[in-house]
Design a protein around this ligand. Sequence first.
Ligand code: ADP
Ligand code: MG
Length: 439
Amino acid sequence: FWSAVNNEFNNTMTKASFDTWIQTTHPVEYKGNQIYLEVPSPLHKGYWENNLVSEVTDIASGLLNKPIHIIVRTTDEYASLDPTIVEEEVKAPVKDKPQQETHLNGKYTFDSFVTGKGNEMAHAAALVVAENPGATYNPLLIYGGGGLGKTHLMEAIGHYVLDNENDKIVKYVTSETFTNDFINSIRSNHQEEFRQAYRNVDVLLVDDIQFLADKEGTQEEFFHTFNTLYNDQKQIVLTSDRLPNEIAKLSDRLVSRFKWGLSVDVAPPDLETRIAILQSKAHAESLEISDETITYIAKQVSSNVRELEGTLVRVQAYSAIKRQDITTELAMQALDGLKVNQRTDITASKIQRKVADFYEITPADLKGKKRSKTIVVPRQIAMYLCRELTSDSLPRIGQEFGGKDHTTVMHAINRIQEEMEGSQRLRDEVNQLKNKIRE
Ligand code: ADP
Ligand code: MG
């Protein structure tokens, strides 16, 4: 089981994440339908519970052919647990299962969702639907790229309905779960139960419908599920990574049904929204982290909120391991080497040559100690570009520039980042330089 998990994440995670989250974790025991894992810190535990447990549950359940519970505890927790209590404590949540098994993630609520330019519409529509399920936009389709909050918004609708009208039945599934449930129901001759489970609900949330592509039988069944719910004025909410008509091999009649309600997209967050998201996550985790550092982190990731969260978790982990407060410098170190798709042919000396040419000075000037403005600024730009275009660490960049301290490098980089905010000319120059270096 553990090697299957290792294999899976080795292929799907970056090496940095793999080292941080998987390598540090150990299987402790397999008992009944429970697998116990040991992690080094509460932080790891949190990360596991939010990001890994559900996938590992699937892997384990698949391998062992029965539903498995994954229990993650820290080394300290194992050390302090009375062995007789372990069993009691573990069994309790299984017995106390809420009557409705909604499969909703407790963290994905409207309260924890930060709105900004890219997601305002989707957020507003989701709220309308949550307040009056079945009565307005039906179906509501939220579409857009990965990690932009589609699942979060969809589950927020589920929570909202459950919190405000507790007689309502909410069901959340991914389209893969729907497919598997359907196939299993045929295999085991339980089609009636399947239909009950999907048609006897007030709100059906189906995540990632693009995976229905190509599955004709499942699409047919979903078509009937859809019609039944729609006719009963039950709310349907769907998400997809693209518009239904762009999903190849999705039947025309489903595509046309999906257009009946409202389709809203989620777009990547702008810098302001990214900062707000980081602030909200830091607050939720009671992290002490300055605005300057938050802004720095927000600038490192542009495309997607999941990655943005990942960087914060990484900084948090780094600070816990190093036992240091979170500063911009620590964040820089923590995020060091995270850049993917880096080209190996771009080196510090190549960058120095191109920058020197561009400003009509010499590489020796860049590595030297002269403090005249005509040299200092290009030097800072060159350092900044080393940071952007190579995976060199800060101390390493310092060495490349005649043995400067890594704090000097950090200040240079900050300086350029700040200047670029206010100066179109500097942004243009830096871009021109990047192109020349990449040529
Ligand atoms: P998608 O379903 O679009 O791939 P998710 O809903 O899974 O994306 O979001 C990825 C992660 O980013 C989740 O942890 C989610 O809570 C977080 N997230 C996305 N958008 C926001 C937002 N606007 N505010 C707060 N958290 C967000
Ligand atoms: Mg999703």
